[in-house]
Write a protein that binds this ligand. Structure first.
Ligand code: IMP
Ligand code: MG
Length: 375
């Protein structure tokens, strides 16, 4: 087991980061969110029951020593966090006491949510106010949690008091420095390299830093990472607008969407679907600091005789705008009937490893804990 790891998206989000984080979390003390907000939906299963949370990190809810940290790079909707924690308290009493928020994070206000809804629909955002909250921050007009905590007359002060009553703590990451240095940590990424504000398919991106650099910019530069897992699916999806070189359409898309239950966990929107895109994964790996891969949802392709994989574009992408007019080239890999039989998927895994020059360390072939297999 590695001491400190990061789990980041190597496609367009929704790669099963939450599922992988939650499975790994049994062996970790801290699960830290460092960027993004409630725009993401991390879907996990505990004892067969489905939970889709947005702000709360994917800690092992059943392990009382596991803690979640919401880092300085995040923008936080306090009312939504209260609702999310209250719902989780029903099945996991005391979960709020295990949450710590960095007062250097910023708030999403109702005005930000309204602005996100009023903005033109070009990007297809989740309309949770995330972009406008980051705009306020960069414009030096943002509302910092720490300032609210110090100002009882602030209109959001009562929400911070409510969180405190529930047991949530407010602590700067440096106040936890020695504790963090003697802990095992997962940095749980949100969105993905392809949606990153700097390296994604701008302007069709989210507003935050989704690569490993988001970890140091949230104040964790003092923590050494032992491994950065890039998560991808055996196929590909995207919600919202923007380039998607391997996209499928019509009946073919509908079939894969239904098989993979590809509907947004935050907005319920049908996800756009397509085939695995290795040039995008290669790009995401280099830009994102990825050191090994995890491939999820291989079981969705069970029974397919051949699996199309894009192995190249007409030109290898070097920047986000190269994805707008990319012409994908496909190869067809022999399929499998049961992804859990590692002999059957070996050929596919070998191909991905060869093409990306990265080891594939785990595959996920279902939602149960035992369906995450070590290679
Ligand atoms: P925003 O993050 O709500 O501003 O949305 C910007 C773009 O990122 C839109 O295309 C969203 O659909 C996409 N996006 C944001 N969060 C996620 C996510 O967790 N998974 C997938 N797409 C996301
Ligand atoms: Mg998601």
């Amino acid at each position: 087991m590695n001491k400190n790891i990061a789990i980041i998206g190597a496609q367009f989000g929704d790669e099963s980061k939450g599922r992988v984080t939650h499975e790994f979390s049994k062996n970790y003390d801290f699960i830290i969110r460092y960027a993004g907000s409630l725009n993401c939906g991390h879907t996990i299963y505990v004892d067969g029951k489905k939970y889709a949370h947005h702000l709360v990190p994917c800690i092992d809810f059943k392990k009382s020593s596991a803690r979640g940290f919401l880092g300085a790079g995040m923008v936080i909707d306090l009312s939504s966090l209260i609702n999310e924690l209250s719902a989780l308290e029903i099945d996991f009493p005391g979960v709020s006491k295990r949450m710590i928020i960095d007062p250097d994070s910023f708030l999403i206000t109702p005005e930000h949510i309204q602005q996100d809804k009023d903005n033109n629909k070009k990007i297809g955002t989740t309309q949770k106010g995330v972009g406008p909250a980051y705009v306020s921050k960069v414009d030096r007009k943002g509302l910092r949690l720490g300032d609210v905590l110090r100002t009882p007359s602030n209109e959001y002060y009562s929400l911070t008091k409510k969180l405190q009553k529930m047991g949530v703590q407010f602590k700067y990451c440096l106040e936890l420095r020695s504790e963090l240095q003697s802990s095992n940590i997962i940095f749980e990424g949100a969105q993905s390299v392809m949606l990153d504000i700097n390296h994604g398919t701008y302007p069709f991106v989210t507003s935050s830093d989704c690569t490993v650099s988001g970890i140091s910019s949230a104040g964790f530069g003092f923590i050494k990472l032992d491994e950065v897992y890039g998560i991808c699916k055996a196929y590909n999806t995207r919600v919202g607008n923007g380039p998607f070189p391997t996209e499928l359409y019509d009946e073919e898309a509908e079939l894969l969407r239904q098989k993979g239950s590809e509907f947004g966990s935050t907005t319920g929107r049908p996800r756009r679907v397509g085939w695995m895109d290795l040039p995008a994964i290669r790009y995401a790996a280099v830009k994102g600091g990825i050191t090994s891969l995890v491939i999820a949802k291989l079981d969705i392709l069970n029974g397919q005789s051949q699996v199309p994989v894009c192995y190249a574009y007409d030109k290898e992408p070097v920047c986000g705008s190269d994805f707008f007019d990319a012409v994908p080239k496909y190869t067809y890999i022999n399929g499998w009937n049961d992804a859990k039989d590692l002999n059957q998927i070996r050929h596919f895994i070998d191909f991905v490893e060869h093409q990306t020059n990265l080891p594939v360390k785990y595959v996920s072939c279902g939602t149960a804990p035992e369906d995450l297999l070590t290679l």
